[in-house]
Design a protein around this ligand. Sequence first.
Ligand code: NAP
Ligand code: ZN
Ligand code: ZN
Length: 349
Amino acid sequence: MTLAKAYAATSPTSGLEPTKLDRREPGPDDIEIAIEFCGLCHSDVHATRGEWGGNTYPLTPGHEIVGKVSRVGSAVTSFAVGDSVGVGCMVDSCRECENCQAGLEQYCDKGMTGTYGARDKRNGGVITQGGYASSIVVDQNYVLKVPVGLDPAAAAPLLCAGITTYSPLRHLGITAGDAVGVVGLGGLGHMAVKLAKAMGASVTVFTTSAAKAGDARNLGADAVVVSRDEAQMSAAKNTLNAVIDTVAAHHDLNPYLATLKRDGALVQLGLPSGDLPPVNAGPLIRKRLSYGGSLIGGIAETQEMLDFCAEHQVQSEVEVVSATQLNEAYDRMVAGDVKYRFVLDTATL
Ligand code: NAP
Ligand code: ZN
Ligand code: ZN
């Protein structure tokens, strides 16, 4: 065992406090990573505050991990000490089911093993603990290579916000000439803007925050719609091929279906607790629309996304925070005050 410095919540209302974690000794297939940076995802807020239920505490969140390999197991051949690596939202899956075999481990029939708060079946059933920590030990099959040329702090959010938006854009076949809407300009939303632009699409940002309009354009958006302004929403009707909805709170999706052209698709990524208002079937039928969801991305696709980001110089806009600022950063995220991803510098733990 190695003791790692970390921050953890001890209950839904405790906030994050300093703690120590036991990390296992690396087995033959394991990679020990000295974590440098870990992004703060809104899912971390939902999970630590018990908004999705079913948590065990203490809970160290964090699934946007970038660091350097510090030790490798005897069977590890494609990673070496000193390599820059990343870990996203999962650290294991069954590896045998149809989805794992297809490289879509996030949809594992037996349930992927999340980077935090999940029972680690291959390692004695301990509960996994995430990346707000000085180190982590992960099976080599779930570790990503961070390409040269990406800044480690700005690359960390790619491991969740990046892949979660890249995967549905690719699945929809977004390409030059397509018109993509992005709802919510936060961590996921700003990555969706950058990635859709890098794929050649034109992008319309829908935001509740009129003050973000300038930033949206600087990030590459071709148009900005303040979603609380009915005239602006009305003008956006029938203009888009796809809408990526990243909002972390309850809201009505039907006005966004109205912005789609025939055969358009709305992909929901945000997962607030409880049910959203229902989607009306009428508009789906009358314009042959699709309404769906998407969960992060598989390991191979995550590597593909990192390589795409290095090639197209796509990185996250980050505000680096110290460990003592974590709770304040959560409150700011809930208030929509994030530009556009908080990233923990683990040197401050
Ligand atoms: P975030 O950085 O907090 O951004 C969410 C954005 O939603 C806000 O910046 C805000 O943008 C907009 N928003 C509108 N109304 C809001 C309200 N009442 N409260 C909060 N935000 C509001 O969150 P994120 O990290 O991008 O995550 C977004 C959601 O995706 C979360 O529910 C998260 O759990 C989920 N998620 C899903 C997956 C997946 O695999 N499907 C992966 C990661 C995260 P404007 O100011 O522009 O309106
Ligand atoms: Zn996440
Ligand atoms: Zn599986």
